[in-house]
Design a protein around this ligand. Structure first.
Ligand SMILES: NC(=O)c1ccc[n+]([C@@H]2O[C@H](COP(=O)([O-])OP(=O)(O)OC[C@H]3O[C@@H](n4cnc5c(N)ncnc54)[C@H](O)[C@@H]3O)[C@@H](O)[C@H]2O)c1
Length: 332
């Protein structure tokens, strides 16, 4: 049964987008997916994810959110009530190498999404922000009420900018918007440029693991199923105008942390991967990398209170599920 008219999801061939679409389709929603299938990482993985979305309720467009004309046609044809913008140039490190790619997809592309959301009078725009907006903050746990004005890399600049752009549209056009600050998402069908995937690849090939900052980084790793559930609940929780308070704005604009609020030392995370792959640890400790945040630890009290969901999967279970998927995907 199709409960709502179409939900439009950009970045649908990406890790989070694919996982969200899979869940929405399973629950009877009609989904219009957009992705440009760029080659930031292996396109085969994106295509394989898409194969798993084939369904009478799923329509895919290979399109770029920077292409306003094509995007306009898609909005016009489907008149989505709910839009979820997950398409972005992701990754902190690559933003040091190629900042322009981030401005183009994350700022120009997002502006197109905002303008079309207003033009076609959607009910709610939900979009991906990131824990990296907390940057140089060291007031743990990070809370959405706290300042997020000290980004350490251009990726974070674009994500914080998205939140501010959304705020201005929520004000000017009364467009309800919700930004989700995702904290290091991991799990099956994950991103090959992220730690867990990279480590699994090296460890399974018996290679030495280069561990930046000697593995002393701390991350609030968040399992994909929890992320999908929170994202789905956020889509249907339309922000309203608020009375002005310290933590919110008067316009229909909302921000949530998406995290388990249980930070783990990277070293412990890595040991768990070795254990699951049944390999002996071979590690080369390295210095801290430029642009890296040393610790992330989010506060998820507001997310739990408003979206009524407590993240369920601890890192030991999550790594096990990922490694099971990894083994079956690569047939090892
Ligand atoms: N995975 C995480 O830990 C994490 C953490 C914080 C924020 N985020 C954000 O969540 C969103 C999804 O992340 P992900 O991990 O699934 O990344 P991903 O790279 O796997 O997915 C993004 C998808 O968007 C597509 N895309 C990129 N630019 C596009 C454009 N201009 N037009 C159309 N499609 C485009 C890519 O091809 C890709 O399939 C991103 O906005 C990312 O910045 C992710």
């Amino acid at each position: 049964m199709t409960k709502y008219k179409a939900i439009l999801v950009t970045g649908c061939a990406g890790f989070i987008g694919f996982s969200l679409c899979q869940n929405l389709l399973k629950n009877g929603y009609k989904v219009i997916g957009i992705d440009n299938l760029n080659n930031y990482y292996n396109v085969k993985l994106k295509r394989d994810r898409l194969k798993n979305l084939i369904n009478k309720n799923f329509t895919f467009y290979r399109s770029d959110i920077k292409n306003l004309n094509k995007l306009d046609k898609i909005f016009k044809q489907y008149l989505p009530k709910y839009v979820v913008n997950l398409a972005a140039q992701a990754g902190v490190r690559y933003s040091i190498e190629n900042p322009k790619a981030y401005l183009e997809s994350n700022i120009d592309g997002f502006l197109n999404i905002l303008n079309l959301s207003v033009k076609y009078k959607i009910k709610h725009l939900t979009y991906a922000s990131s824990s990296s907006v907390y940057g140089a903050n060291n007031d743990f746990p990070f809370s959405v009420d706290k300042v997020a004005d000290h980004p350490l890399a251009m990726y974070a600049v674009t994500k914080r900018t998205n939140e501010l752009m959304a705020h201005s549209y929520s004000n000017l056009y009364k467009l309800p918007t919700t930004g989700l600050r995702y904290f290091t998402v991991y799990g099956p069908w994950g991103r090959p440029d992220m730690a867990l995937y990279k480590f699994a690849r090296l460890i399974s090939k018996n290679k030495t693991l280069p561990l930046f900052n000697s593995g002393k980084h701390v991350r609030d790793f968040t399992y994909i199923d929890d992320v999908v559930e929170i994202t789905k609940r956020a889509i249907f929780k339309i922000p309203k105008k608020n009375k002005l308070s310290n933590s919110t704005s008067i316009v229909p604009w909302e921000i949530y942390n998406v995290c388990g609020s249980k930070p783990i030392k990277l070293k412990n995370f890595v040991n768990e991967i070795f254990k699951n792959l049944k390999k002996k640890a071979k590690i080369k400790n390295l210095e801290l990398q430029a642009g890296d945040v040393i610790k992330t630890h989010g506060c998820n009290k507001k997310t739990i209170r408003k979206l009524k969901f407590v993240p369920k999967i601890n890192y030991k279970k999550g790594i096990k599920y990922f490694i099971n998927w990894y083994r079956s995907y690569y047939k090892i």
